[in-house]
Design a protein around this ligand. Sequence first.
Ligand code: CA
Ligand code: CA
Length: 237
Amino acid sequence: MARIFSILVVLMGVFMIILLCLCWAGMDTELSEQLKALPLLMSDDFEDGNAQGWQPNIPEHWEVAEEKGSLVYRLMAPGPPGEVRAPTSWSILKDFDVTSFIFTGRIKCKADATNIHRDVDIFFHYQDPTHFYYIHFSAISNGVHNIIGLVNGRDRVKINHEPPGQSIARMIDLEFHEFKVTCNAETGEIKAYLDDIKTPILTTTDKTLRHGYLGIGSFDDTGSFHDIKLWGKISEQ
Ligand SMILES: [Ca+2]
Ligand SMILES: [Ca+2]
């Protein structure tokens, strides 16, 4: 009798695990489907020679220029520190205040390759200079480099799940790197990819800001940006 009871308990355990796996798989597919259904809002390869639609915080630091036969958007100089500790340079896509989104493109850091603190950043849910999220793609992982950061009226805070020192840092050279950042505003799930577009290197769940603009830039370095595309849901706020 005791043996039958033990077998039943084990079987129920296995059944529960299978059920949980199925639910998890179902949810993940649903998230992907929701994001996949978002409309393409903009696409810019900068071949028209201008950066129409982009709004830099310091316009004289940005230019459209040729690199290896193609026009790219360039951040030429780092900005001065602001009122809180946060990235100093950005250019925002001023026409699209979105909730959920997929943001992709190619980015190159122009700081010396021996500088382990070099970075290129992706901004999202930008609302004003002291309210936004950013992905900090760097050459080293610690509490402030290679993180998802939240600037919410005060110095930035690391909010990604990966512990300091354990996120994969790939912004290590002077080449272009492919990026993707996704956000499901309903669940708060945020993922950032670099080079490997199937496996995120930075992840978190956060619903502090909920909506805002997308952008590109750097904490305190320079860089080039190319082939930017945004799929998203326009915010009703
Ligand atoms: Ca181009
Ligand atoms: Ca830096």
